[in-house]
Design a protein around this ligand. Structure first.
Ligand code: NAP
Length: 265
């Protein structure tokens, strides 16, 4: 997909990877819908983008993607405004680090709703028009956490396994329709994500430094992968190698390694 002149919808644009998507797309898009709960952050970003790109139309929508009514209202608003979204970036997401047995059930629900349900509903809503116009791109921000089960991140890793699997199946369904689907599977990226995923009173789990990839690189590689019509991208060489090796491990070996990982109960 050629991103020039696209009408993009970016979820989770108030911070981290989503905000960087907006910045890197600003000089190529015709319009942009920025979605998140923190409206003031979205307004700041809108002002910044408009100042630098006066011809860019920027809409901000305060939406809790874990709330069905708000999600539906967003979809109705897009229809009412007659915005032909041809680039959907399903980026909003959250994690929760700690044992499942002691997890907050409401947070688990939010994680599943934002990471998987909202992503699926938005895709279902916007896809038919993309197919009709034979032009569209869907960039699903998954995670390398989706390649393997992860004790201590059980629900999060499972939601990301869903995102990667869904993206691959959808891509196959959409072959030769003019609509590209790409799953982005970053390793650790320095954003607010780790702090938000930490339980009250616990230190954020940062992971190995060597695996961290700058947010700008994640977004650059993700957009390039979509334009090149690649199915999946793992930004950063170290993470790519780590994921390649981990996927060579037979499941019985994976289970042994998982059992030896630090206990968080
Ligand atoms: N950072 C990493 O290490 C890493 C690694 C792999 C994959 N990822 C994935 O990358 C994506 C972006 O994460 P990030 O690192 O940029 O994290 P972040 O800095 O915490 O940003 C998360 C974004 O999601 C939005 N969001 C969260 N819950 C929402 C809700 N209920 N309704 C609407 N928006 C919501 C937040 O906006 P509001 O709070 O304003 O609503 C924020 O804009 C996520 O899908 C994450 O799983 C991150």
């Amino acid at each position: 997909m050629n991103l020039d002149g696209c009408n993009a919808l970016i979820t989770g644009a108030s911070a981290g990877i989503g905000r960087e998507f907006a910045r890197q797309l600003a000089n190529r898009s015709r319009s942009m819908i920025l979605v998140a709960r923190r409206e003031e952050r979205l307004a700041e970003l809108r002002d910044e983008l408009r100042q630098q790109h006066p011809n860019l139309a920027v809409y901000i929508r305060k939406v809790d993607l874990a709330d069905f009514a708000e999600l539906k209202e967003l979809m109705h608003w897009i229809d009412r405004e007659k915005i032909d979204v041809d680039l959907l970036i399903n980026n909003a997401g959250l994690g929760d680090t700690g044992a499942f047995a002691t997890s907050d059930p409401i947070r688990n629900d939010q994680m599943m709703l934002v990471n998987t349900v909202a992503l699926t509903s938005l895709t279902r809503h916007l896809l038919p028009k993309m197919i009709a116009k034979r032009r569209g791109g869907i960039l699903n921000v998954s995670s390398s956490a989706g390649f393997l089960p992860i004790p201590g991140d059980a629900v999060y890793a499972a939601t990301k396994a869903y995102v990667t699997s869904f993206s691959e199946a959808l891509r196959a369904e959409l072959w030769r329709t003019g609509v590209s689907v790409c799953a982005v599977c970053p390793g650790p990226v320095r954003t607010e994500f780790q702090e938000i995923a930490a339980r009250p009173g616990a230190q954020p789990v940062m992971g190995s430094r060597i695996l961290f990839v700058p947010v700008q690189q994640v977004v650059r590689q993700a957009l390039a992968a979509l334009e090149a019509d690649l199915p999946l991208v793992i930004p950063g060489l170290a993470m790519k190698i780590a994921m390649f090796l981990s996927r060579l491990m037979p499941m019985p070996v994976v289970r042994l390694v998982l059992r030896l990982s630090p206990k968080r109960v």
